[in-house]
Design a protein around this ligand. Structure first.
Ligand code: NAI
Length: 701
């Protein structure tokens, strides 16, 4: 064996020769990201093996937990990310190696990591490894041959699915698809040496994907794939570009295809959508971190109880069961419990029918949820989530009883969307164990959970909420107590502007269409109809005594409710709904209600532009977001972006409301808000935080 430290090609790539085989190890923890030193080290190691007469073949393996996780995200945006040699250059060195190069994958080969493997002559993979090209998730496409080599290897149909969806496959599946030549169970290097001995003729370099003709287009309808990308699709531009690139692989020779791919990749990398999606990616990773307190351990949670088996309680029970936790689902009456458990069963049956779960998985999850009619059943739980009616009296009564029943150290959580958590906590003798866990509907699907910290909530209880939410696959964001927490509090001025615009001359369909074209998953009127108008109506009635009399107030929503129009559930809201249909139909009755409200308040109607709709609704979100950031309700501006992108359908390709304002320019944002203040008065007073930042010449929150 001839290896020594001073001959290492770089600090992050190790090289040794074993019995005529050069072994190149990627050693750049945590994921062997392809930073500048790894790229340079790989290129020089491959060149060194090529020049060494004692070497007949080359094996590339990863040290640590995986083969290679792709680009080194720590270098994103720095000169090191684009320093020579670029990844395409390194991969060209590999494809031109006169000696066969074998990638031995364990753990993961993702993004550039899989592209590295695709440029090798052979690939073998651990059965349980994860292989994929997830670039579309951050608004990019593979930029180092993935879109050209993968279709050549496995056909355009299978490659398009992997690249457009960005979802990884297991090693076993990768071998079935033909991405890998073989699959193994044990040690990657041992498996690669075996493979070399039994399957590879080392006197020739072996097959290179690049020499294959354009990919087989059988079974792909590229236009149909394009039609699956809707305007609100999070990463629509990247998906469309990925489709173009894979189509190119079916038409052009490799070199031309690689050039097309690289240009398209660089175009996306420099564009606003990918920058916004990368912001969201990092924002989601940062959100669960608790800042400003010393690290604390989370409490162990091995059993959960959920109180209330309505829409939310059933969904929350499923969210925990999906994360593998046993749940006691407690109701006050048999009918409601039967309805709740039926909803659970129906949801899992539909998941199996759609092929998302196997029947065994669905059965196991249903078995984790144990229905019960007695609150005493919460005694064994480490965490109880209350999801009963949104009524302070009912909640206090439930928390008082839970306090008596639950074991010491158990965490008592409320799913309230707007009520004062501190009042709820005071109904117990242990307010430091009380927290808000605000799930979004449907709770088994929606990723966002607002973790609400009360005035007395202990740090380790907050840490437990954040950790547990991640354990069950959710994205937690910390909020302090205030009316509506982060998300619903911001929704109030957003909806208020929509209502004012209605009175000033817009229609529900115009407002919804303008905001959907902006990228919102739904417009505010259709969203209110879906969520139900009655909850916000109850909140407005509760808050009416605190509303200043000299501030403009629209009575449109109140009037709709007073006419029994609660949204889809009552067949009418801002729109009407045919029986059994969820399709909103414009309703002249609503236009009449709007006109009457406007006339009674002396509002002159005019033509409203879509631009004004977007500015007023979106900047209302921004101004409220900046206000609650100044109040310390949210830990960071990027947390607010996560709330809006993951909980309220704000377009991820715009990065969330706070990032949107930064991209617009904080100074421009402030000016627009001041202009609105001049016309519409003090609902538009600029958030002090925003004004301070602009005064200080800052460009970000
Ligand atoms: P729901 O009316 O569908 O369900 C409430 C359930 O609680 C009912 O089945 C009722 O029988 C049960 N319940 C009432 N008192 C009880 C008691 N003492 N013991 C046991 N069970 C009891 O209401 P939903 O929509 O599920 O809302 C529940 C909570 O979640 C509310 O606080 C609401 O504000 C909050 N929330 C609702 C969201 C939504 O979109 N519906 C979103 C986020 C939070």
């Amino acid at each position: 064996m001839s290896t020594s430290q001073q001959h290492q090609p770089s600090p992050t790539v190790r090289y040794e020769v074993r019995d005529g085989v050069a072994v190149i190890r990627l050693a750049n923890p945590p994921v062997n990201g392809l930073g500048d030193t790894v790229r340079a080290g790989l290129a020089s190691a491959v060149a060194r093996a090529a020049a060494d007469d004692h070497v007949g073949a080359v094996i590339v393996v990863g040290e640590g937990k995986g083969f290679c996780g792709g680009a080194d995200l720590r270098q994103f945006g720095t000169p090191a990310a684009t320093a020579d040699p670029t990844l395409p250059d390194v991969l060209t060195t590999i494809t031109h190696s006169p000696k066969p190069v074998i990638a031995a994958i364990h753990g993961f080969a993702l993004g550039g990591g899989l592209e590295l493997a695709l440029a090798c002559h052979y690939r073998i993979t651990h059965r349980d490894a994860k292989l994929g090209l997830p670039e579309v998730n951050v608004g990019l496409i593979p930029g180092s041959g993935g879109t050209q080599r993968l279709p050549r290897l496995i056909g355009a149909a299978a490659a398009l699915r992997l690249i457009q969806q960005g979802t990884p496959v297991s090693g076993a599946r990768a071998a079935e698809l033909g991405i890998a030549d073989d699959c193994f169970d044990g040690d990657p290097l041992g498996a690669a040496l075996d493979f070399l001995r039994t399957q590879v003729n080392t006197s020739v370099s072996g097959p290179v994907v690049d020499s294959l003709p354009p990919a087989d287009a059988a079974g792909v309808d590229f236009d149909a794939a394009r039609r699956t990308v809707r305007p609100s699709t999070r990463n629509g531009l990247a998906q469309l570009t990925a489709i173009d690139a894979v189509e190119t692989a079916t038409r052009l020779p490799t070199a031309a295809g690689l050039a097309f791919e690289r240009a398209a990749f660089l175009g996306l990398l420099r564009g606003p959508e990918s920058a916004a999606l990368r912001h969201v990616f990092f924002a989601e990773k940062t959100a669960p971190r608790l800042s400003g307190v010393p690290p604390v351990s989370a409490r162990p949670i091995s059993r959960v109880a959920v109180v209330g088996a309505g829409t939310m309680g059933s969904g929350i029970a499923m969210a925990f069961a999906n994360g593998g936790l046993p749940v006691t689902l407690i109701e006050q009456n048999q009918d409601a419990l039967t309805r709740g458990t039926a909803l659970v069963r129906k949801t899992y049956e539909s998941s199996t029918a759609k092929g998302r779960l196997t029947e065994t998985q669905a059965r196991d999850r249903i078995a984790l949820i144990e229905p019960n009619l007695d609150l005493d059943a919460a005694a064994e739980a480490d965490l109880v989530v209350e999801a009963v009616f949104e009524d302070m009296g009912v909640k206090k009564e439930v928390f008082g009883k839970l306090d008596a029943v639950c074991k010491p150290g158990a965490i008592l959580a409320s799913n309230t969307s707007r009520l004062d958590l501190d009042q709820i906590a005071r109904a117990t003798s242990r307010p430091s164990d009380v927290i808000g866990l605000h799930f979004f509907s449907p709770a088994n699907i929606m990723k966002l959970v607002e973790v609400v910290r009360g005035e007395a909530t202990a740090d380790d209880v907050v840490a437990t909420g954040l950790t547990l939410a991640q354990q069950i696959g959710k994205i937690p964001v910390l909020s302090q107590v205030c009316e509506g927490f982060i998300g619903n509090r911001m929704l109030t001025p957003y909806r208020r502007e929509a209502e004012f615009l209605l009175e000033e001359g817009a229609t529900p369909q115009q407002i919804d269409a303008a905001l959907q074209a902006f990228g919102m998953a739904m417009g505010p009127c259709a969203m209110s109809d879906l969520a139900g108008l009655d909850i916000a109506w109850a909140a407005r009635k509760r808050l009416a005594p605190t509303r200043p009399k000299d501030v403009r107030y629209s009575r449109v929503a109140d009037t709709l409710c007073a006419n029994g129009r609660f949204g889809q559930k009552s067949g009418a809201g801002y729109y009407r709904y045919e029986k059994g249909s969820r399709t909103p139909v414009p309703d002249p009755v609503v236009d009449e209600i709007i006109r009457t409200c406007a006339a009674e308040d002396g509002i002159e109607r005019r033509t409203i532009t879509d631009e004004e709709i977007i500015d007023r609704c979106v900047l209302a979100l921004v101004n409220e977001g900046a206000t609650l950031l100044g109040e310390g309700i949210a830990q960071r501006a990027s947390d607010i972006d996560v709330v809006y992108v993951d909980g309220y359908g704000f377009p991820a390709f715009r990065g969330g409301p706070m990032y949107y304002a930064e991209a617009l320019g904080l100074d421009v944002t402030l000016q627009k808000i001041r202009d609105f203040e001049n016309v519409h008065g003090r609902t538009w007073t600029p958030a002090p935080r925003l004004a301070q930042l602009v005064d200080a010449g800052r460009t970000s929150f």
